[in-house]
Design a protein around this ligand. Structure first.
Ligand SMILES: *Cc1c(COP(=O)(O)O)cnc(C)c1O
Length: 367
């Protein structure tokens, strides 16, 4: 049996270490996972009640069209219901766009390093991948990305805030890019962390879609809304474009429980506001810590920070924090070998990590 050539080059997704395994291996009673940018506060309490209530109906297929959450989300976003495409997480929306537009005779342009699923799904479709290095500020190099576009380019990916750097593309830069990009090339803006953004020049991409119908926006309930395990995300685009991609979707790709949770989450936006504020407070602590110890970092608009330890490998910092009961993400696998990516946690978690790291760095400087 021979699989498609391009599949043989891929590796299955490497998940972070599960909490239970770390506890067992290291004999720790408390382990905190700050590796996947999940919401440290969980979802709003009322959302949990809605989920519990929906459990009475798990034997019944969900509404494949997701009409109720569709209407609610459309109202929240200020778009038409038919402009939305739901996915089993926004990962699946990425996959559906790749299935629809990419093939071996096409190419796709993305930053490097960025969120790995654009590349992964593009490889599966056999498309040529054009990766453009982030600039030295960790920003998407939109001039170089523009240069990489040709008549076979189908999708250009912009991750903003970018995972793993947390950097974003300003409105001015995005608009000047959209002005130049040919109208038959999709510009896919992945805004998985938009609810955390506080930068004033962050673009209102949904408003820009009126002028640029090739602009597609991907968002999710996994991060700020705290619903990662339920798997519900969405794409927003011109309704003609969505109607092209929609047949690729599995008929029941978002569950009844996920739809219900998302509806409830939109009824409790004050909770998201609280999370955004707490996240910023945590970010300030980390930035202060980095400055104090002369560590590198990219100013982040997400709920994570990529910290460059300069003289240490990311794996070494990861191992050190693991011994202390904190699971973070080593930058070695993310394209930043001397960095770790840490999800902003609760105040207690942030202070805990910063204390550990400070003690460690202090002890080393005394040697
Ligand atoms: C986490 C993440 C996603 C995927 O989220 P799901 O909706 O859980 O699939 C998409 N894009 C980026 C940049 C992410 O960090």
């Amino acid at each position: 049996m021979k699989a498609k050539e391009q599949i043989l080059t891929l590796k299955a997704y490497q998940p972070g270490k599960p909490i239970e395994e770390v506890k067992r291996e290291l004999g720790l009673t408390s382990v905190t996972k700050l590796a996947s940018n999940e919401n440290p506060f969980g979802c709003a309490p009322a959302v949990k009640d809605a989920v519990m209530d929906e459990l009475d109906r798990v034997s019944i297929y969900p509404d494949g069209y997701a009409a109720e959450i569709r209407d609610k989300l459309a109202h929240y976003l200020g778009v038409l219901p038919r402009q939305i495409l739901f996915g089993n997480g926004s990962d699946e929306v990425v996959e559906m766009f790749c299935r629809t537009y990419l093939s071996p005779d096409t190419n796709t342009v993305m930053a490097k390093p960025t969120f790995p699923q654009y590349r992964h799904n593009s490889v599966i479709e056999g498309a040529e991948i054009r990766e453009i290095a982030l600039d030295d500020q960790g920003h998407h190099d939109l001039d170089e990305m523009y240069e990489a576009i040709d008549e076979n380019t189908k999708i250009v990916w912009i991750c903003s805030p970018n995972n793993p750097t947390g950097t974003y593309v300003s409105k001015e830069k995005l608009v000047s890019f959209l002005e130049r990009v040919p109208k038959d090339v999709i510009v896919a803006c992945d805004e998985a962390y938009c609810e955390y953004v506080v930068a004033e020049d962050y673009p209102d991409t949904l408003a820009l879609q009126r002028d640029y119908p090739n602009l597609v926006v991907f968002r999710t309930f996994s991060k700020a809304f705290g619903l990662a395990s339920l798997r519900i995300g969405y794409g927003v685009a011109h309704e003609d474009l969505i109607s092209v991609v929609d047949p690729v979707r599995e008929p029941f790709n978002t569950s009844r429980v996920a739809q219900r949770a998302a509806i409830s989450a939109l009824d409790h936006l004050e909770y998201i506001e609280m999370c955004r504020i707490r996240n910023r407070e945590g970010m300030d602590l980390y930035e202060h810590f980095c400055e104090q110890y002369d560590l590198g970092y990219y100013p982040s608009q997400g709920n994570f920070i990529l910290i460059d330890f300069k003289t240490k490998q990311g794996d070494e910092v990861f191992q050190f924090l693991l011994q202390q009961g904190y699971i973070v993400r080593s930058g070695n696998a993310l394209g930043f070998p001397t960095s770790v990516r840490i999800t902003i946690g609760s105040e207690e978690q942030n202070k805990g990590i910063i204390d550990c790291l400070s003690n460690w760095l202090d002890a080393e400087s005394e040697k």
